[in-house]
Design a binder for this molecule. Sequence first.
Ligand code: PLP
Length: 414
Amino acid sequence: MTTPTNYDTLHARDRAAVMPTYGRAPVAMVRGSGITLWDSEGREYLDFISGLAVTALGHAHPDVTAAIAQQAATLTHVSNLYLTEPMLDVAERLQQHLGWPDGKVFFCNSGAEAVEAALKIARRHGRAISADKVDVVALHGGFHGRTLGALAVTANPAKRDPFQPLGAWATHVAHDDVVALEAAVTERTCAVIIEPVQGEGGVWVVPDEMWVAARAACDRVGALLIADEIQTAFGRLGIWFGWQRTGVVPDVVTVAKALGNGLPIGAAVAHGQAAQALQPGDHGTTFGGGPVVCAAARTVLDVIVRDGLIEHAAAMGKELEARLDAVIEASPLAVGRRGLGLLQVLELSPDVAADVVTAALAQGLMINNVLPNALRMAPPLTVQPEDLDLMAQRLSQALAAVAKDIEAGQGARS
Ligand SMILES: *Cc1c(COP(=O)(O)O)cnc(C)c1O
């Protein structure tokens, strides 16, 4: 009998005490620094997923760590019964980076909650016009979160169906079908919600024409346009916010993931008329806008500016594309890529993404299979050219290992 590893012990405890909602890779992470992680067995990994586009400044960023420690030692929590300054610092920075001096921020604790806030803003806005102006139009391939409201606007049947009924107020159109979008928006519509790049759905870039059509349709019926930038904001696409590259200005933006570099913070930001929709008592949360998460977020935003990380991410996005092109050239399994900036997928044929993820992990590279034929990469904004080289090397080895298995007749996992 072999002695159980640290991982075996942790895995047994996970099975015994934690709900089995996640399909986890068979590793337990214990420490991180920059783009590198170490597991319970002391193995080292290159992190090209960033905790699902969260740790944009890398792990254990010294400035963020110091800000958290200092705030935790000063004031951790008082609730929204009282004012605290770190929250104001983040709200003002969001106004500034969005270019919305009249923007108003609602702070919460996750992406799904930011979407809920945006949907409640839209409901309140719609119902002020007419009692039945409550419908929301969203896109197939979109992902907006797992709470019931956010799930109602998420199209994915696998995620929705076990939890029906979710209400008849949300409808979906294809992510590139302008005509269907125009037809779906009616006088009953209070909002259209769109991600600039559909992250969880498989990294599909939503065409600019869809934004233009959504804006026009919303203006036609007096509905709000919500940009769900939970995955795409703060430089992930090589620009502060994805909507800024479309020429279309939304009424509400939702953010979360990268804002706290790993601490749980989300926000819905509205401007213009939408900023007036929620009134005292309409919405709230105990933890939202707390001093520790806001101290982290304030530092994240300041480091992005100080270190020129938006420009850096744009440049590294181009380099990432070049590395992926070289991989496509060299590996028969890799057939294409899509994405923007530092949110990219490598397209595979056949559907072996799960096998490549497993093989890559064995090579010390963390990526994820966002679809059966698509490998997602979302490295930190601080990624360097030498990290991209190492990624390409490990990815090529992983692809070669899977290709060899296929040749040996073991094929893709079904
Ligand atoms: C991750 C994500 C969410 C949900 O965020 P959670 O923090 O997991 O609730 C919503 N919308 C988009 C676009 C996301 O990428």
